[in-house]
Design a protein around this ligand. Structure first.
Ligand SMILES: Cc1cc2nc3c(=O)[nH]c(=O)nc-3n(C[C@H](O)[C@H](O)[C@H](O)COP(=O)(O)OP(=O)(O)OC[C@H]3O[C@@H](n4cnc5c(N)ncnc54)[C@H](O)[C@@H]3O)c2cc1C
Ligand SMILES: *[C@@H]1O[C@H](CO)[C@@H](O)[C@H](O)[C@H]1NC(C)=O
Ligand SMILES: *[C@@H]1O[C@H](CO)[C@@H](O)[C@H](O)[C@H]1NC(C)=O
Length: 391
């Protein structure tokens, strides 16, 4: 279905765009996508299937996926980031794609790495540059390439390479924009956008995976919760980070056991989640063993076989887990974040749609999710496709 739609638009572009539109640079527009998370991969895939074929994705890490990432743990691969489809409805494109590609039959744990592979199939390998962190985005310029073409955007990579583009789609996390937003953009981002970046919430959620040789729970147990008598999350005035373990509300049993072995996963968020990243995993393991022994009253409870703690906050290419509406933020700020540059008021003579913004945090309704991220990537690809096909 996607491909069919793509073919029609491709024809439209060829008929109405390529031949003499005033928007059309000489050789067809060059689009650079920063970040190969699901938003960036989705955006590039849509551009390619709908006729804008001069596309390059630039990714800092050694693998695509961003916050969709599998890691070897115990007998199998676990999800460090996204794991569940939030809102399994036909309106959810992640659910739709998973259904189309028959991925819902599998245990959900491997769903996202598989789904990402499907999306990556639309992207020729040479269009994806890995291990290429960018350090600056120069926009609103006139950068000449070796030939006669002039581009309005220049991306400067940490290795010194310069990549020119007519349009770039920035899909790096809000956490990275918060940390680097000022320095990344030359000229500076407009005040309103900077203020949206600073005001919108971006927090940390980490996972703690525990593997056991033999389980201490019975085979009907799905969730193990530790209930602290003297406190609720609402009564604690000043968080004591050292007591991070009080912020792991439950541990889930990962199934099926035949594939994963005896594995529990707990989640932790907030400042405590940032704090656990600084701990030695062995320290986390022995604390968990201590707690399970204390709560069950069984001092013979087994030691852990292995432990894994995710580190989304210290990851320089994520700097946290996902966005949220904080007490300082509004929905309008999300739209402000998503607004392309240059904004309508700035220099109407300069080329339109130089810098576009995608990524989970730019989706007003479904921010923080994989489907929000994918929809945001498609939204920005469509913005460019429409720009060339309707004028
Ligand atoms: C622990 C955790 C659990 C989650 N659970 C779920 C869940 O169950 N269901 C769900 O729907 N969602 C979940 N999410 C959220 C979901 O993972 C994200 O919303 C989504 O994957 C974000 O995709 P993205 O493309 O917007 O950003 P990202 O995946 O962050 O992609 C951005 C890319 O940009 C790259 N980048 C950053 N800086 C640079 C640079 N300077 N130069 C070049 N490249 C750069 C990064 O390496 C990254 O690959 C979870 C997230 C986390 C962290
Ligand atoms: C924080 O928790 C640790 C460990 O339980 C405890 O030793 C310490 O006294 C607590 N600090 C404060 C300020 O309550
Ligand atoms: C972009 O360039 C135009 C034309 O040179 C100029 O008028 C405008 O002020 C510039 N905008 C920014 C944000 O630098």
């Amino acid at each position: 279905m996607l491909i069919l739609k793509g073919t029609i638009s491709q024809m439209q572009i060829q008929l109405r765009g390529w031949t003499g539109s005033k928007n059309m640079p000489k050789k067809g527009p060059k689009v650079v996508v920063i970040g190969a998370g699901i938003a960036g991969v989705g955006a590039a895939g849509k551009l390619l299937t709908q006729g804008l074929t001069d596309v390059q994705i630039i990714e800092a890490s050694s693998q695509p996926g961003g916050r969709i990432r599998g890691s070897l743990f115990g007998k199998s691969t676990i999800d460090e980031g996204a794991q569940y489809i939030h809102g399994a409805s036909t309106k959810n494109p992640v659910y739709q794609l998973a259904k189309e590609h028959d991925l819902l039959q599998e245990t959900h744990d491997r769903l996202f790495p598989n789904l990402l592979q499907k999306l990556l199939e639309a992207i020729p390998r040479e269009k994806l540059l890995l291990k290429k962190p960018i350090k600056q985005i120069q926009w609103n310029g006139s950068f000449e390439s070796g030939g006669s073409s002039v581009y309005s955007v220049r991306v400067v990579c940490e290795d010194g390479d310069h990549i020119l583009a007519d349009h770039i789609i920035v899909s790096i996390s809000l956490g990275c924009l918060k940390a680097n937003g000022q320095a990344f953009f030359q000229p500076r981002l407009p005040e309103q956008k900077l203020s949206a970046i600073q005001s919108l919430g971006f927090g940390t959620m980490n996972k703690i995976y525990l593997e056991y040789e033999t389980p201490f729970w019975d085979e009907n147990t799905d969730v193990i919760g530790l209930v602290w008598e003297d406190e609720t999350p609402f009564s604690v005035q000043k968080p004591n980070l050292t007591e991070w373990w009080k912020h792991v509300p439950v541990f889930y049993v990962i199934r099926p056991t035949e594939r994963y072995g005896h594995v529990l996963v707990g989640t932790i968020s907030g400042k405590e989640a940032e704090f656990v990243e600084s701990l030695n995993p062995q320290e986390v393991a022995s604390r968990c063993t201590y707690l399970f022994r204390q709560f069950t009253g069984r001092s013979s409870l087994p030691e852990l076989k292995s432990v894994y703690v995710t580190k989304w906050f210290s990851n320089p290419y994520t700097r946290g887990s996902y966005s949220h509406i904080s007490i300082t933020s509004t929905g309008a700020m999300i739209d402000q974040l998503a607004e392309p540059l240059p904004q309508a008021t700035e220099g109407s003579s300069s080329p339109m749609l130089q810098v576009l913004f995608a990524g989970e945090a730019t989706h007003r309704s479904y921010h923080s999710t994989t489907h929000g991220a994918l929809l945001s990537g498609w939204r920005e690809a469509t913005r460019l496709i429409d720009h060339y096909s309707t004028k």
